[in-house]
Design a protein around this ligand. Structure first.
Ligand code: ADE
Ligand code: ZN
Ligand code: ZN
Length: 236
């Protein structure tokens, strides 16, 4: 996701934290909000010292294979990244500085694993090499999902967070259920659906928004709620 998507995820997570988790997080982040730190993972990308974290934003494996059965990147992927961040936050010997870094990264990666194109294919770099048109402008499928759909909706991140779907108790339970692996596979299923319904060079616009914007918004909401699940679990 781009900035807005990540901020929505952080903002929604804030609504679902326990008091205890909220306190512990405020302390680690010196009062910075989850929405604010959610974009840190992208802000450090231009800095050479953080190059090794580039592959931590996504995972690629073939549509006809499973994550387990396919060759893993030795540089890591978003699934390994999330588990690494959780492990550092649980590690009693880790420094607060190290924990703060991995908390910022966890907020970011919980967003990314819910972006369908971040659980994509290596062949076209998760849709980065899949050229399409967005209204009258040339772009790629990855960017349509990271930013274009959300930008065209013209809402601020706070508006998007406040206008997330109203959920029944059962909806909320269903979203909270599962493991990080389950959530990765949910994105994978959406990614396959996107590829089944999009052609190279296709002109995407209003119809695409109609078909997929609510799915993107739902993914951001799920990411926020599940980020809170993970953080409440870590910080009690
Ligand atoms: N680079 C290579 N694969 C990618 C993916 N799935 N998402 C983002 N960047 C990538
Ligand atoms: Zn992306
Ligand atoms: Zn990212």
């Amino acid at each position: 996701w781009g900035r807005t998507g990540h901020r929505v995820t952080g903002k929604i997570a804030e609504q679902y934290l326990t008091k205890k988790a909220k306190k512990a997080i405020e302390k680690l982040l010196n009062g910075e909000s989850l929405a604010f730190v959610s974009t840190y993972g992208d802000e450090i990308r231009s800095d050479n010292t953080y190059q090794k974290y580039g592959p931590w934003h996504y995972v690629n494996f073939p549509f006809d294979s499973s994550y387990e059965a396919s060759e893993k990147s030795e540089k890591g992927d978003v699934y390994v990244a999330i588990n690494t961040c959780i492990a550092v936050l649980r590690d009693k010997t880790a420094t607060n500085e190290d924990k703060a870094f991995h908390l910022r990264m966890l907020v970011h990666f919980m967003g990314d694993i819910h972006q369908p194109l971040h659980v994509g294919l290596a062949a076209d770099k998760g849709g980065n090499d899949f050229q399409v048109r967005w209204f009258n402008e040339g772009t790629n499928l990855h960017t349509v999902w990271d930013t274009k759909m959300i930008e065209s909706y013209n809402m601020s991140y706070t508006e998007l967070a406040l206008n997330a779907d109203k959920l029944s108790k059962n909806d909320l339970l269903a979203i909270r259920k599962g493991t990080v692996r389950d959530w990765m596979y949910e994105s994978r299923a959406l990614c396959i659906d996107v590829y089944n319904n999009t052609e190279i060079g296709e002109k995407l616009g209003y119809k695409y928004m109609y078909d997929y914007l609510d799915i993107a918004r739902k993914q951001l909401q799920k990411a926020g709620i599940r980020l809170a699940v993970v953080l409440n679990d870590i910080f009690g």
